[in-house]
Design a protein around this ligand. Structure first.
Ligand code: SF4
Ligand code: SF4
Ligand code: SF4
Length: 211
């Protein structure tokens, strides 16, 4: 079985937004649409001992994906070859049940087309043997892509290199496959981070269902 996902090493992420912008360009997203958002988490601690980190987040490629379970038409599905969760736009009726089911707010409604969209893990590129665009363009190369069930993949090697720093977002039984590396010496990890969406400094973290 394959489990393709992205691993982000937050020890090195500078919060440059390169991945967010790259995703918008590569996938021709409209103004205001984001499949990869950057959140500034924190500050945590007490002054003067404050710390914070950047969290780029997209579809977390859940192993028990609630978005697939609730979809009434089968438009949300799991690719049989890669196990990647995808949306068949032709079968989507825009009911948005999947958006309500996703714990992370990783899906967006396209009002003009009356369909729901999200990160595709750049299927159009990975089908050609290339890396997802956000992985290719990261200025500090802190994003890793690959099959988590293949110990030789870039993503698996990144996880193996820092076993004490591996984290996922909060898990409601959906088992997110996407993983983050954050070492304690930089900042304490928070499964349910509090912070600001960097697209709107006045907006609290836009997870749909924060604990
Ligand atoms: S491009 Fe890389 S360094 Fe920049 S915000 Fe994204 S993950 Fe972080
Ligand atoms: S993060 Fe949301 S959209 Fe992605 S697989 Fe999980 S539930 Fe579905
Ligand atoms: S993998 Fe592709 S679609 Fe997903 S966040 Fe990265 S650039 Fe966007």
């Amino acid at each position: 079985m394959s489990r393709y996902a992205i691993v982000v090493d937050l020890d090195h992420c500078t919060g440059c937004k390169g991945c967010e912008i790259a995703c918008k360009n590569e996938n021709h997203l409209r103004l205001g649409e984001h499949w990869n958002r950057l959140m500034l988490c924190g500050p945590y601690g007490d002054f003067p001992n404050l710390s914070q980190y950047y969290l780029p987040f997209m579809c977390q490629q859940c192993e028990n994906a609630p978005c697939v379970e609730v979809c009434p038409t089968g438009a949300s599905y799991r690719d049989p070859d890669t196990n990647v969760v995808l949306i068949n736009q032709d079968a989507c009726i825009g009911c948005q049940l999947c958006m309500s089911a996703c714990p992370y707010g990783a899906r967006e409604y396209d009002e003009q087309e009356n369909v729901v969209k999200k990160c595709t893990l750049c299927k159009h590129l990975t089908d050609q043997g290339e890396k997802p665009f956000c992985v290719s363009v990261c200025s500090v190369q802190c994003r890793y892509y690959g099959d988590l069930d293949d110990p030789e993949s870039d993503a698996s090697k990144a996880l193996a290199a820092k076993p004490d720093a591996v984290h996922t977002l909060f898990d409601e039984g959906n088992k997110p496959a996407t993983a983050y590396l954050l070492s304690e010496k930089y900042c304490e990890w928070h499964d349910t981070p509090q912070g600001h969406d960097t697209n709107d400094n006045n907006a609290l973290a836009s997870f749909a269902n924060p604990a």
